[in-house]
Each structure stands twice: as C-alpha cells, then as structure tokens.
Ligand binder design. Structure first.
Ligand code: NAP
Length: 247
C-alpha cells in the first residue's frame, strides 16, 4: 500500500517568533513545509533542520507574493502569520508611514496570500487557513490605534472568509494571542531593546511555542471540526492593558 502523502503547509513570517515556532510544531505534526519571509538567512536557520522549502517572500509586494505562490502546486494549510506593529504613537502623533506599512503587511498581505492560494486550498479537498490575529484586535488601548485597526481588520476578514467559504472544504480559524515575547516589540520600537523588554517586565509572557501549540491543535482536529477562534493570553494578562506585574 502507498503511504498517504504528507499535507503541505505554507507559513508566512516564518523567520522568527510565532511563525518559526509554528513551522517546528507543524513539522512535528507531520506537515511538509513551505516557509516565507524577507530575511533568507533567518529562514534558512528555521527551515533547514525541518527539511522545509523556504523562499523570500514580502507580503507587501504583489510580485513577490505571485512569484512565491506560483511555485506552489499543492497546499492544504495556509498560516497567515506575517505581521506586526510599528510605533505606539497616539492618534495626535500618528505617522502615515507606520500606519500604511502596518496595513500593507497585516491586512493587504493576508489578503494577497489568501487570494493567491484559495484555488489550490479548495482543490486539495481539505484546506485550512489560520490567520494570526491578536488581543489588540479585540481590545483597543491608548497608543494602539494603528495596530488595533489592522488586527480588528484581521478578525473581520476571518469572519468574512468563514461566511464566503461555508460549504467549501476550507476551514477558517483565527488565533489571537496576547503578550508573546518574540521580536515583535523590538520591531515595534525600531530596535530599542530596552523599551521592548519593558513590555514583558515583571510578568511571564507567552512563548512563541505556546501559540504554535494552539495552531497545531486547531489544524489537527477532525476534518469536520472548525475552530473559529482561539484567544490565548498569559495567565498574568487579563486584557490589553490589565497586566499583573511583580516589579
Ligand atoms: P516577530 O518575531 O517580529 O515575527 C514577525 C514575522 O513576520 C517575521 O518572521 C517577519 O519576517 C515577518 N514579516 C514581517 N513583515 C513581513 C513582510 N512584509 N513579508 C513577509 N514576512 C514579514 O513577531 P511575532 O510575535 O512572531 O509576530 C507574528 C504575528 O503574531 C504577527 O502577525 C503579530 O502581529 C502577531 N501577534 C504577536 C503578538 C506578540 O505579542 N508577539 C501578539 C499577538 C499577535 P521578516 O522580517 O524576515 O520578513
């Protein structure tokens, strides 16, 4: 008897943090991996030990998305993870460039990847899209408006996907984490490590592996089971702004 062929998962933003940990968790669950991000050296570090295919992908660049997706023949699982926040300015101080880049990455990037791979996900007969949202997409906070807006958008887009695709063999899930210690805050604060470390001071944040564990769980349920959303926070975090810190 022929061995059942492995399912193929595409992970965007797999060069660090949640994307990298998700690649490892999906590999452990038996998926073959196609990984994308802009930093090829970092993708290589993640992908090579997992026997993954990895290629440069910039989700803000339509040509890059088209090139990346055109080389994919079969795919069962798309993890739309590439994203992040830029700055923490109030609306009075908001920078157009930060807001445009956040929208381009978190919202348009997710749309571009989904639009490109939807026909192949449907043709697989058992497709699944997991969008990485955020507690920021549920819980606004001062200085968060630009990032809140894009993650509220991810939540809305995920719900629309579910409505538009019901009846087709494509599961749709949003995984929305709270505080996770990754490169997220360093990117947000333009490489300022001291400021980034304060985000997690005096509390135990989630690890990227904790979120990857949730993603692995939702994608390994029986094919007729759709987990619509998971919100996962550290024990010490009750909302975007209410965090118990021992300082
Ligand atoms: P991270 O370590 O900074 O990872 C972000 C990933 O996105 C990197 O692999 C980065 O790779 C990739 N990326 C950024 N821009 C990209 C682009 N234009 N094209 C392709 N890839 C791009 O942060 P993370 O915490 O793992 O973030 C992953 C996701 O989780 C994001 O959507 C973030 O909004 C969400 N999230 C994070 C937290 C948290 O507290 N950390 C909480 C809730 C939700 P390159 O730079 O190599 O392109």
């Amino acid at each position: 008897m022929l061995a059942e062929s492995k399912k193929i998962a595409v992970v965007t933003g797999a060069s660090s943090g949640i994307g990298a940990a998700t690649a490892t968790a999906l590999h452990a669950a038996g998926f073959e991996l196609i990984l994308g991000a802009r930093r090829l050296d970092r993708l290589k570090e993640v992908g090579e030990p997992l026997g993954a295919t990895y290629r440069v992908l910039d989700v803000t660049d339509a040509d890059s998305v088209e090139q990346f997706c055109s080389e994919i023949q079969n795919v069962q699982l798309l993890i739309n993870n590439a994203g992040g926040a830029l700055g923490m300015d109030t609306i009075a101080q908001a920078k157009d460039d930060d807001w445009e880049r956040m929208y381009d990455t978190n919202v348009l990037g997710l749309m571009r990847m989904t639009r490109a791979l939807l026909p192949k996900l449907e043709a697989s007969g058992a497709g699944h899209i997991v969008n990485v949202g955020s507690v920021a997409g549920r819980d606004p906070y001062p200085g968060g408006a630009g990032y809140n807006a894009v993650k509220f958008a991810v939540k809305a887009i995920t719900q629309v996907m579910r409505l538009e695709l019901v009846g087709k063999p494509i599961r749709i899930t949003e995984v929305a984490p709270g505080l996770v210690e990754t490169e997220f805050s360093e990117v947000r604060f333009s490489g300022d490590r001291e400021r980034a470390s304060k985000v997690y001071a005096g509390m135990q944040p989630l690890l990227a592996e904790d979120v990857a564990d949730c993603i692995q769980w939702v994608v390994t349920r029986a094919p007729h089971v759709n987990i619509d959303e998971i919100v996962v926070k550290p024990l010490a975090q009750a909302s975007a702004t209410v965090v118990a810190r021992k300082l």
